[in-house]
Design a protein around this ligand. Sequence first.
Ligand code: CA
Length: 224
Amino acid sequence: MRIMLVEDEREMANALRSALAKHDMVVDHVTTMGDAEAAAGSFQYDAILLDRQLPDGDGLALLPRLRRRGLGVPVIVLTAKGDLADRVSGLDTGADDYLAKPFALEELLARLRAVLRRPAGMAAEMLRLGKLTFDFGNRQAFVAGELVPLRRRELLVLEALARRKGRTVLRTVLEDAVYSFDDEIQSNALDTHVSRLRKKLSEAGAEVEIHPIRGVGYLMKRAS
Ligand code: CA
């Protein structure tokens, strides 16, 4: 799951970044609407966390700019302006949710889960393939009811593959799902995460296969 954080206050941004990273999310941090619009055009985000008071204006102005470009990504507006009128204007502008600072991280996570469950976010709440069940809401993998313990990047790879089940997923798409633009990517790192994931799924008896498609990417399907 890849999140864009649009926030100009350094302390707030750093705290959110590390908290979200601990919850297995990839976070790209930008400080202006201009940079946010550019990043949204280049990468696929699962959600955007948007501050309102930004150096280049009221963050709400970003929403129509994104929607005009056909970007339906869920947006949660984060702001110190928490009164009712501001809340209503935020939602009217096309925000999916609104959270007044200061907020508890648990609440932000719950709201992220909620917007991601809506139809405009992820298409399916559960993937079932072979004996594997992937729960998109809680971001957990199960085989025959048993949780498969996955490390952060393994989970991110599986989540990206699960969302595109039965289709070849480009390396670049997987890398975008696993690394933020501040991460350094070593050339074989993705393959390492895939092979660890494959091993764990196989040991759990998931009956799914992750095939490398040479020079293109990976395909996850039911074991034949
Ligand atoms: Ca601000």
